[in-house]
Design a protein around this ligand. Structure first.
Ligand SMILES: Cc1ncc(COP(=O)(O)O)c(C=O)c1O
Length: 366
């Protein structure tokens, strides 16, 4: 990014993986934080991030949550004019609005977060009055934000989102004389979930965004911000489990202790992860398996038509790209535990999250 922008900021989207050890590693790399709830803001503050390194982007937040966030000094990226009005008298110094541009694109419908039918943000038509109202309510510094969708591998996407948001910037600046301190393009940088899929051409992606910025600003550009989650952590982790049963019926079902309570993405979106038998990597592929878990839902499928050697009980199942939106989406559904997390570095290995226990499962029942 530094070859395209003098003034840029990378804010890690905590929702991808909120493990405090990961936050601390990313902090040491100089990144900021994109937080989507008051708890994520607290996590970031506890990890030592300064309020101005955090952008709080909630949607449909309660007045209580917004007022609390406002009191921390963290800039708020409002999802509606109504949400801004909830903090009347306590408007943060720095605010932005999440804009719902007409164009949205994500890997799945469920991960497309702008355009028709997106629940997020204010429309382009509302944007001009939104900044006018924010200014009248006392906001002093302004940013603008867009998040068009998640896991996009097409480098042209970044340019398209940049051009769309810059059109909105132009209209607001012309009408209200608002000067933007930052333009935040959100997250969405894609990672290949299968070995045969090529990686995102990051240089081309930022090059396209840069071209759009260059056309819009002759002199000083606002800070160019991105909020990657998946791109930073997805391929850092492999989810391990073991084979617990094999049934050959209408299909060949391979059951394991990796269930939808641990890996929700396939059930939630139809996401496909690369899956192998880690202890049989050199064995001949013998068939196609429906890889399923232990939860009592017929949607509890981890992979479909997965090509594997003939599986045996206790073989080790490895699911790749498990660092993003896996442990952060995990639950104890069906009384199944959330697995431990182990950090492996040059220095050694360390448990950075313990597996959940029966005591954790019942902790809050009274
Ligand atoms: C506002 C916002 N920023 C950043 C992200 C991170 O997206 P990704 O993990 O695709 O980079 C999301 C994901 O939903 C988001 O809603």
């Amino acid at each position: 990014m530094s070859s395209y922008f003098d003034n840029f900021d990378i804010k890690y989207a905590v929702k991808a993986n909120p493990n405090p050890r990961i936050l601390s590693i990313l902090k040491s790399e100089g990144l900021g934080i994109d937080a989507s709830s008051d708890m994520e803001v607290r996590l970031a503050l506890d990890a030592g991030f300064k309020p101005d390194q955090i952008l709080f982007t909630p949607n449909y937040a309660s007045k209580k949550e917004l007022l609390w966030a406002s009191g921390t000094g963290v800039p708020i990226n409002f999802d509606s004019i109504g949400q801004l009005r909830l903090v009347d008298g306590k408007v943060p110094h720095t605010i932005s609005f999440r804009i719902k541009i007409d164009y949205g694109r994500g890997e799945f419908k469920g991960t497309t977060t702008s355009g028709h039918d997106a629940k997020f943000g204010i429309t382009e038509a509302e944007a001009i009055s939104a900044y006018k109202i924010a200014s009248e309510m006392g906001a002093k510094e302004f940013g603008i934000h867009v998040m068009a969708g998640s896991n996009v591998l097409d480098p042209n996407h970044t340019g398209r989102v940049a051009s769309a948001i810059l059109e909105v910037v132009k209209k607001i600046s012309r009408s209200d004389g608002i000067e933007f301190k930052f333009i935040d393009m959100g997250g969405g940088l894609g990672v290949p979930y299968q070995p045969e899929i090529p990686e995102l051409d990051l240089k081309a992606a930022f090059g396209k965004a840069h071209d759009a910025f260059k056309k819009s600003f002759e002199g000083r550009m606002p800070a160019f911000c991105i909020e990657p989650g998946r791109y930073l952590v997805a391929d850092s982790s492999v989810l391990l489990g073991s084979v617990t049963d094999v049934k050959v019926q209408d299909k060949a079902y391979l059951g394991s202790n990796i269930s939808m309570n641990t890996l929700l993405r396939p059930a939630l979106y139809g996401a496909k992860h690369h899956i192998v038998l880690a202890n049989r990597l050199n064995d001949e592929i013998k068939g196609r398996y429906e890889v399923v878990g232990q939860v009592c839902e017929n949607t509890d499928r981890i992979g479909t038509d997965v090509e594997l050697p003939d599986p045996r009980i206790d073989d080790i199942l490895a699911v790749f790209n498990a660092g993003a939106y896996v442990s952060s989406m995990a639950s104890n559904y069906n009384g199944r535990p959330i697995p431990a997390e182990v950090l492996i570095t040059d220095i050694g290995e360390e448990v950075i999250r313990k597996s959940s226990t029966f005591a954790d499962y019942i902790r809050n029942y009274v």
